[in-house]
Write a protein that binds this ligand. Structure first.
Ligand SMILES: Cc1ncc(COP(=O)(O)O)c(C=O)c1O
Length: 383
């Protein structure tokens, strides 16, 4: 293991960690090492990122989408059992926004059917369920270190597992098939991290994101997702490891991990209080969940207006998830998603925006953000 992998595995309290170019690559490595292939089914929430669905498709398997529940946006466990068929190979427990899934119920269903649970902790670094860290429940977990994630290595991902046999299979797979990142891309990513550290703050994010997307389309910078990743065919260089520069950045972030987590916890409570004071509903999270939110989700009356107006108010407004297989450009039918399959998720896609909780956002940002969403109004309210 590299120093970053070792430090991350120790922090989580697990046996092995494998770093990759992106989180989606980490997911692919787990599924492939588990033998997921042609004709198999993988259960996912119908409120996710298409990059989380691509690896299933790349392996020739089919994603089966389960609707979510409206407070934590995690899979509705009451609907899960009915989605299991003899072809089901894996259940993915995605801890959405950082809210822990109901792991006891999910693990009980999985055990009854002899199925493994893989956790998606891309949005949930430090979240706890019944006093245990998310990422320690399933047979394996994948993590993301993309720009908007709990901490960033530019782009980046990680697999963790306590399962010796699966760990060996992932190691063998990496040795046989994983390619090294091209030097040019790794260097460009280092420059991008430098630009990120020096120019991205809550008030500048909207403008920087627009510029970044434009540069990505022009092929100038290393984008979070290339155009070829919006169709379900695996790019030739997809299965790529982590560069040394990403790993060094990850190691630096690990030194601040507890501070980062504590800050996000404080920000959640601050948003709860500000919204409560404004008479808005605040998510009633069960006592046995201790979430660390990557972003604070909130429902608004007019999401499109909020997205359009946020930059002018210098508000760092997130749009996850704009459709059940985010983002909106996704040709969802190619992935087996038909409109109406997950109505609760679809409503959330129309209503939910999210606010920053990261260490660069403090109390003033939270107040400005809450004031802004109040101006937009909440669903059912004429603003
Ligand atoms: C829930 C979830 N899982 C996985 C991923 C994929 O992570 P990455 O962008 O590092 O490939 C994303 C991407 O945003 C995501 O939102």
């Amino acid at each position: 293991m590299t120093a970053f992998e070792k430090t991350f595995a120790e922090w989580l309290g697990t046996a092995r960690a494998f770093a990759f170019w992106k989180g989606r690559v980490a997911m692919y490595a787990i599924l492939k090492a588990m033998g997921v292939g042609e004709g198999d089914e993988v259960i996912l929430p119908g409120y996710t990122c298409v990059m989380d669905v691509n690896p299933v498709k790349y392996l020739g398997a089919r994603s089966v989408f389960v609707d979510v529940e409206p407070v934590t946006y995690n899979v509705d466990v009451g609907l899960l059992k009915a989605k299991i068929t003899p072809r089901t190979k894996v259940i993915v427990a995605q801890h959405t926004y950082g809210y822990p899934c109901e792991m006891d119920a999910i693990l009980a269903i999985a055990e009854k059917h002899g199925l493994p649970v893989v956790e998606d902790c891309c949005l949930a670094l430090g979240s706890m369920y019944k006093g245990k860290l998310c990422g320690t429940f399933g047979v394996a977990t994948y993590w993301s270190f993309q720009w908007n994630k709990p901490f960033t290595t530019g782009i980046g991902g990680m697999v963790t597992t306590h399962d010796a046999d699966l760990g060996e299979r992932i190691a063998t797979l990496c040795e046989a098939e994983c390619v090294r990142p091209p030097t040019g891309a790794a260097l460009m990513l280092s420059l991008q991290r430098l630009a990120y550290r020096t120019t991205i703050f809550p008030k500048t994010t909207a403008f920087a994101t627009a510029a970044f997307r434009w540069l990505t389309r022009k092929g100038v910078v290393v984008g979070s997702s290339a155009t070829c990743e919006f169709v379900p065919e695996m790019p030739g260089d997809f299965f790529m490891g982590m560069s040394d520069g990403q790993a060094r950045a990850g190691l630096r972030q690990m030194r601040r991990i507890e501070k980062n987590i504590a800050h996000r916890r404080r920000m959640r409570l601050l948003y709860d209080n500000l919204l409560r004071e404004a008479g808005w509903p605040v998510p009633a999270v069960p006592d046995d969940m201790n979430p660390v939110l990557v972003r604070y989700p909130v429902r608004v009356a007019d999401k499109q207006r909020a997205i359009a107006e946020a930059p002018r108010h210098f508000v760092e407004l997130g749009t996850w998830f704009e459709c059940p297989l985010h983002p909106i450009e996704t040709p969802m039918a190619l992935y087996g998603y038909e409109p109406g399959m997950c109505p609760v998720a679809e409503k959330a896609c129309r209503e939910v925006v999210n606010l920053p909780t990261h260490p660069r956002a403090g109390a003033a940002t939270a107040r400005r953000s809450v004031q802004f969403v109040q101006e937009i109004g909440r669903p059912g309210e004429v603003s």
